[in-house]
Write a protein that binds this ligand. Structure first.
Ligand SMILES: [Zn+2]
Length: 93
């Protein structure tokens, strides 16, 4: 068990998420709905939850003909203090 660096309270493991609104006016979605159904679902939209990722340059170059900066992407996880709500985020490979 880890302790909060601010207040010494208990830290619990968690993951950082963002909510992404997917517009329902997408033609692909609209095509699947019957215009005779009498229900207007077109304006509802959908909410998706996406994990937050960390991206950084490794300092290496990749590619044979075209050199580009190599990037490393990691999932961001974190811990939250039950006492004061302090959030500590970290990224692991
Ligand atoms: Zn705390």
């Amino acid at each position: 068990m880890s302790e909060c660096p601010k207040c010494g309270g208990e830290m619990i493991q968690g993951e950082a998420y963002v909510s992404v609104n997917v517009p329902a006016s997408n033609p692909m979605m609209r095509g699947m709905m019957s215009p005779m159904s009498g229900m207007n679902l077109g304006d509802v939209g959908m909410t998706q939850e996406e994990r937050i990722k960390w991206r950084e340059k490794t300092g290496e170059k990749k590619g044979f003909l075209i050199k580009s900066d190599e990037v490393r992407t990691m999932a961001v996880t974190g811990r939250r203090c039950l006492g004061c709500g302090y959030i500590e985020l970290y990224a692991r490979k």
